[in-house]
Design a protein around this ligand. Structure first.
Ligand SMILES: Nc1ncnc2c1ncn2[C@@H]1O[C@H](COP(=O)(O)OP(=O)(O)O)[C@@H](O)[C@H]1O
Ligand SMILES: [Mg+2]
Length: 233
């Protein structure tokens, strides 16, 4: 099973600052995700959930330890290589949607492919497919401020899948949504996870959502050995 790990972190350490202001966040963290797994990451505010996602998603660097994607070590790769691995393999969604207000939904979703150099027609056509998949075909020409919070997050998920990533990392994607919208967005994530053959990590404060993932990884105080804090569901 371990040879099939899509994402593997071993002995990861990460803190911020130096000297008196030094904060240890992740200490000796081990985590392994098999293909197709959906993992919930839970833990109190400030414990390091976002830090973990940023390190796993190559947005930030671990100070020590190793990270492998599909068995390939990525922690020592150059900044440029890390960016290209990230763009090809990983889709991100955050608590805030980070959609651009001057673009409509379709062009927001198109953006990753446009940045990768694809032409407008091909990018828009793929974006329309994804907007269809998230149930927003009739909202494709709406601008972010004309969409509800739940719709904005649907657009953000469509954008995250634009480059066909294998890994989806979502940082409290339902954190700004009311109960019904959170439920709808999570159902969508489950559906996308299955249909797009994703391996996913969802950071959430919502116990009901966490319990519906395959496994729960609970971050506890960085003074402890974090690998002991995996709860099975
Ligand atoms: N860029 C940064 N510089 C300094 N400290 C940071 C930075 N990012 C996060 N931290 C600190 O690291 C700890 C973990 O933060 P974070 O990963 O955002 O936690 P969570 O997502 O669980 O709320 C917090 O104490 C936070 O203040
Ligand atoms: Mg956070």
């Amino acid at each position: 099973m371990s040879s099939e790990a899509v994402l593997r972190a071993r002995g990861v350490c990460k803190g911020y600052g130096r000297g008196d202001t030094r904060v240890e966040v992740l200490r000796n963290l081990d985590l392994e995700l098999s293909a197709g797994e959906m993992l919930a990451v839970v833990g109190p505010s400030g414990i390091g959930k976002s830090t973990l996602l940023h390190v796993l998603g190559l947005l930030d660097r671990a100070e020590s330890g190793s990270i492998e994607i599909d068995g390939r070590p990525v922690h020592d790769a150059s900044l440029q290589d890390r960016a290209s691995i990230r763009n090809a393999a990983i889709g991100f969604v955050f608590q805030h949607h980070y959609l651009l207000n001057e673009f409509d939904a379709r062009d927001n979703v198109s953006l990753p492919m446009r940045i990768a150099g694809e032409n407008r027609r091909v990018s828009r056509s793929r974006a329309e497919e994804l907007l269809d998949r998230v149930g927003l075909t009739d909202r494709r020409h709406h601008f972010p401020d004309q969409l509800s919070g739940g719709e904005q997050q649907r657009v953000a998920f469509a954008r995250a899948l634009m480059m066909k990533p294998r890994i989806l990392l979502a940082d409290e994607p339902t954190g700004n949504l009311d109960h019904n919208n959170a439920e709808q967005v999570f159902q969508l994530v489950q559906e996308l996870h299955l249909k797009a053959d994703l391996t996913s990590i969802i950071v959430t404060h919502n116990e009901r959502i966490a319990r519906r993932c395959d496994r729960i990884f609970e971050l506890a105080s960085a003074g402890e050995d974090q690998k002991r804090y995996v709860r099975e569901v």
